[in-house]
Design a protein around this ligand. Structure first.
Ligand SMILES: CC(=O)CC(=O)SCCNC(=O)CCNC(=O)[C@H](O)C(C)(C)COP(=O)(O)OP(=O)(O)OC[C@H]1O[C@@H](n2cnc3c(N)ncnc32)[C@H](O)[C@@H]1OP(=O)(O)O
Ligand SMILES: NC(=O)C1=CN([C@@H]2O[C@H](COP(=O)(O)OP(=O)(O)OC[C@H]3O[C@@H](n4cnc5c(N)ncnc54)[C@H](OP(=O)(O)O)[C@@H]3O)[C@@H](O)[C@H]2O)C=CC1
Length: 283
């Protein structure tokens, strides 16, 4: 099957990045969110990123316009009937994803592949909400999508080799590197990354060091491009908490208990960079 038309669900930081790289690689993209203002915000981010490339001379102005014209707006899920692939990048909540996938299964054509950009949730459970589990797969991009090379591809229990091959091929067409992993909580990326971030938040919670000091230790001592507290703010503290909850529940192991300070910040609406405040304050 040849993918030509893609719907990206969720115009947040991940969905807008995914839409940008798909349109940049020549795919026709529909960017979908619940409200027009969210889609507009996502398009604004894409336009800003492309403009940065124009300013640096790595993209021509007419190429930027071409990329933008390949992205259409959607606030009606019925539009999914027009596409060959859906990439879902809504919030990291299992009930939101299973509801979306059940609706998409009804709305889309039989050949359409349904992919989720989930960070940690079981692909097999998302697939079970549909009557086409063989065409459901995890396609996990990294943030910021236009920059990061990895796409972790996750097979659910019923995902066929054919579905895998289509997604692997598309990942390469997006100039990304696919890595295949199995369906266990947090897959590989967040099973390794998120406990480190959670532990870094514990060091702040327990008064071992200030956020700035924790970040400096990991940047200068371990050569990480961003310290773990800055990275948590960058990912979104809500997303970090949901991933820790998935690991905790999925493995039943106390070593994955989310730090109470992380919970407190999310309850306060301090979600990190995207809400203007997390461990740090953003203008
Ligand atoms: C939670 C999950 O499920 C999985 C995840 O995604 S976990 C998060 C994974 N991501 C990371 O770990 C990111 C860690 N941070 C980094 O790698 C770097 O800090 C960074 C790439 C984000 C920025 O790099 P930097 O060297 O500090 O900044 P800068 O020099 O300004 O940017 C480097 C390039 O990235 C681009 N860039 C930076 N931020 C960007 C953004 N948000 N969107 C698009 N492009 C961006 C810049 O335009 C620049 O592009 P060129 O090379 O073409 O000039
Ligand atoms: N942040 C990261 O670093 C990474 C995140 N991911 C995963 O990508 C997904 C999205 O994360 P991210 O982009 O950071 O989150 P954001 O909060 O930035 O964006 C999510 C978007 O999805 C919208 N949305 C929520 N529910 C629905 C729905 N039912 N239908 C359509 N749109 C909906 C939200 O709208 P509203 O604001 O109204 O809720 C919001 O605009 C999550 O599953 C996350 O785990 C994967 C890799 C990295």
């Amino acid at each position: 099957m040849d993918v030509k038309r893609v719907m990206v669900i969720g115009a947040g930081q991940m969905g807008s990045g995914i839409a940008q790289v798909c349109a940049g690689a020549g795919y026709s993209v529909m960017l979908h969110d619940l409200k027009e203002e969210f889609v507009e915000r996502g398009l604004g981010t894409i336009s800003k990123n492309l403009q940065r490339q124009v300013s640096k001379g790595s993209l021509q102005e007419d190429e930027k316009q071409e990329v933008l014209t390949r992205i259409n707006k959607s606030t009606n899920l019925d539009n999914a009937k027009e596409v060959d692939l859906v990439i879902e990048a809504a919030v990291e909540k299992i009930e939101i994803k299973t509801n979306l996938f059940a609706s998409l299964d009804e709305l889309t054509q039989p050949h359409t592949i349904l992919a989720s950009n989930t960070s940690s949730l079981p692909i097999t459970e998302i697939a079970a909400a549909t009557k086409r589990p063989e065409k459901v797969i995890g396609m996990h991009f990294m943030n910021p999508v236009p920059v990061m090379k990895l796409v972790e591809i996750i097979r659910g229990l019923a995902t066929t080799d054919e579905t895998y091959a289509v997604i692997e091929d598309m990942t390469k067409k997006l100039s990304k590197v696919p890595v295949e992993v199995n369906d266990f909580p947090g897959f590989v990326s967040n099973r390794v990354l998120m406990p480190m971030i959670n532990e870094a938040i514990y060091t702040v919670y327990e008064g071992v060091a200030a956020p700035e000091a924790v970040d400096e230790v990991m940047k200068l001592g371990m050569n990480h491009p961003m310290g773990p507290i800055t990275l948590a703010d960058f990912i979104g503290l809500d997303t970090c908490l949901y991933i820790m909850e998935t690991l905790h529940e999925g493995f039943g192991d106390n070593k994955y208990r989310p730090c109470p300070l992380l919970r407190k910040y999310v309850k306060a609406g301090w979600l990190g960079r995207k809400s203007g405040r997390g461990f740090y304050i953003y203008e």
